[in-house]
Design a protein around this ligand. Structure first.
Ligand SMILES: [Fe+2]
Length: 471
C-alpha cells in the first residue's frame, strides 16, 4: 500500500523520506520509455537531462556501509516531439558485475577487511562513478572524484567502460567539471593520493582533444570535491580535512572517519592563472568546509566567488545519519572576495537560510551573473537567489514531494543576459506515489508552480548532480 501523503514541513515526513534515501536500491532498470506528463511541456524544450547519484546500496540484500559506496545510477529525462521519456540505468562496471554474479560485496567499506586492504594498496578497487555526469563532444561520462571517468552510451545509457579521454587522464577525474562558455572549454581537476598528493588540471575544449594543463604537488592529502573557474583563473578552496593515514593504510572504519578535521591548519585558497598554471598561488584563511561552488567572476584584481559554506566537516559525518537532509540545513550561500596577489579573503553569507546544490545559467559560468538556483536545506523548496541584492524567489515543493539540485535550461533565442528565460528542471520524489518525477518550473516565475510534471513509473534513486544536453 502506498504511504500517506505527508507534509514536507513535518519532521516525520522528512525522516520518512530520508531514512531510506541511501539504503534503497533502484528497483528496476529501464531504457527510455514514455512518461506520463501532467501540464504542458514548453514547445521549445528538446533535449535530455542526465543525472547521476548512488543507486545500488546492497548486494543480494547485504547493505553497503556508506552512501558514497553506492554504485552510480544515471537517471535521464528526454524531451522529444513534445513528449517525455525516462530512463534509469546502473553504471555497470566489471567489478559490480562480478559482485552481482557472486552475490557478495567485494569492494567498499562493507567488504571483507583483506579485500579492502588489497583494494587500497594493490589497486583493483571498484569505480562507483556515482556523483555527476560530463557531457562532452557528444559523449557522456559518469564521474566520481575517487576514480576515472566511465563512458556511457547516450542512446540507451549502456555502460561502455573506463575512459582516459583518449590517453589524457592518467588518474582520478573529479565529478565537478565546469564549462566556461566564453572560452568554449570545460575544466576539470583530478586529485591523486600516494607518496605525494598530486592535483592535476585538465582542459576539455568544445572542439579538439582534451589536454592536461598542469600538475601540482600538495603538502598534504585533503578532500577536494569541487572548484570554480573564471575566464582567467581556476579557484580551489582546500578545507582542512586531512586523510588519516593510519585508517587508510589499515583500512579501518568507514568514509565518515577517513579524514580528520584540522581547523588549526585553516582553509587554503589556491588560485591558478589559466595563462600560466605554474604560477598558481596558495594562501591560508579561516577554516571552513564546502562541497560546492556556485560561480565566480573577475572584478579588477579581485575574484568574486559564490559557494555554499559549512562551519566544519559535520556534513560528512551526518550524511549517512537518520536524517540525510540535516547536513544541508546549516549550509549558507556565501560570497567571498579574494585578491590572489595580496592574499586577502573576506567572505559573508548572502542568504540567511540553509541551502545546497547551487547552479547558474550555463552561459554565465565564469563571468558576471545575477542568479543562483538552489535547493533549500530541507529539500522542501527550490530557490532563485540574486547574489547582489539577496532577493529570493521560492517554489515550495508540493506536500509530500522532495527536491534535488535544480538544473536551468535556457530557452533557445532568449536574450543574452536574461538568466531567467527558460525552465528549471528538478528531479523530485513523491511520497504518496512513491515515484520519481521531474518538475518543469518557469524560470521567470518559480512561485507559479510547475508548467509540467513528468512522472517516472516508480521509485527513482537519489541524484546529486546532472546536466542538460540540448537536442
Ligand atoms: Fe557534488
Amino acid at each position: 500500500m502506498a504511504p500517506a501523503v505527508l507534509d514536507p514541513q513535518s519532521n516525520d515526513a522528512l525522516t520518512d523520506y530520508t531514512r531510506d534515501l541511501f539504503r534503497r536500491s533502484l528497483p528496476r532498470e529501464h531504457g527510455f520509455e514514455p512518461l506520463e506528463v501532467e501540464g504542458r511541456l514548453p514547445d521549445w524544450l528538446a533535449g535530455t537531462l542526465y543525472r547521476n547519484g548512488p543507486g545500488v546500496f546492497d548486494i543480494a540484500g547485504r547493505p553497503y556501509a556508506h552512501p558514497f559506496d553506492g554504485d552510480g545510477v544515471i537517471t535521464a529525462l528526454r524531451i522529444a516531439g513534445g513528449r517525455a521519456f525516462g530512463a534509469a540505468r546502473i553504471v555497470r562496471t566489471p567489478e559490480l558485475e562480478a559482485e552481482l554474479r557472486a552475490g557478495r560485496i567485494r569492494h567498499g567499506d562493507a567488504a571483507p577487511w583483506l579485500r579492502r586492504l588489497r583494494d587500497a594498496h594493490g589497486g583493483g578497487g571498484k569505480v562507483t562513478a556515482n556523483t555527476s555526469v560530463l557531457p562532452w563532444q557528444g559523449r557522456l561520462f559518469a564521474l566520481n572524484e575517487g576514480g576515472p571517468a566511465i563512458e556511457m552510451a547516450t542512446d540507451d545509457l549502456a555502460t561502455m567502460g573506463q575512459s582516459d579521454l583518449d590517453g589524457v587522464v592518467g588518474g582520478n577525474f573529479s565529478a565537478h567539471p565546469h564549462r566556461v562558455a566564453a572560452l568554449r572549454t570545460t575544466f576539470n581537476i583530478g586529485l591523486d593520493y600516494g607518496a605525494k598528493t598530486r592535483l592535476t588540471v585538465y582542459a576539455l575544449p568544445d572542439d579538439g582533444p582534451a589536454r592536461r594543463l598542469h600538475t601540482i604537488e600538495l603538502p598534504y592529502a585533503p578532500l577536494i570535491h569541487d572548484f570554480i573557474a573564471t575566464q582567467h583563473h581556476l579557484v580551489i578552496f582546500i578545507s582542512p580535512l586531512r586523510l588519516n593515514l593510519v585508517r587508510h593504510m589499515l583500512q579501518v572504519g568507514g568514509f565518515d572517519r577517513l579524514f580528520d578535521w584540522c581547523p588549526r591548519e585553516g582553509t587554503d585558497v589556491l588560485v591558478m592563472p589559466l595563462a600560466d598554471p605554474a604560477a598558481a598561488r596558495r594562501f591560508t584563511v579561516e577554516p571552513f568546509f564546502q562541497w560546492h561552488f556556485a560561480n565566480a567572476q573577475e572584478r579588477g584584481s579581485e575574484i568574486v566567488v559564490d559557494y555554499v559554506r559549512f562551519q566544519d566537516d559535520a556534513p560528512i559525518r551526518e550524511l549517512c545519519g537518520a536524517d540525510s537532509s540535516r547536513p544541508f540545513q546549516d549550509a549558507r550561500c556565501h560570497r567571498a572576495i579574494l585578491d590572489p596577489r595580496r592574499g586577502t579573503f573576506r567572505s559573508a553569507a548572502i542568504h540567511d537560510g540553509g541551502c545546497e546544490f547551487p547552479r547558474v545559467h550555463p552561459q554565465v559560468e565564469g563571468q558576471r551573473y545575477a542568479r543562483i538556483w538552489l535547493t533549500r536545506g530541507d529539500m522542501g523548496a527550490i530557490l532563485a537567489l540574486d547574489p547582489e541584492s539577496g532577493r529570493i524567489d521560492t517554489y515550495p515543493m508540493a506536500p509530500g514531494q522532495w527536491a534535488s539540485e535544480p538544473v536551468f535550461v535556457p530557452r533557445p533565442g532568449a536574450a543574452a543576459g536574461d538568466e531567467a528565460d527558460g525552465v528549471v528542471l528538478v528531479l523530485a520524489h513523491d511520497v504518496g506515489r512513491d515515484a520519481g518525477l521531474v518538475l518543469v518550473l518557469d524560470g521567470r516565475n518559480l512561485a507559479a508552480g510547475p508548467l509540467a510534471r513528468a512522472w517516472f513509473p516508480g521509485y527513482v534513486t537519489p541524484a546529486f548532480h546532472g546536466h542538460w544536453v540540448q537536442a
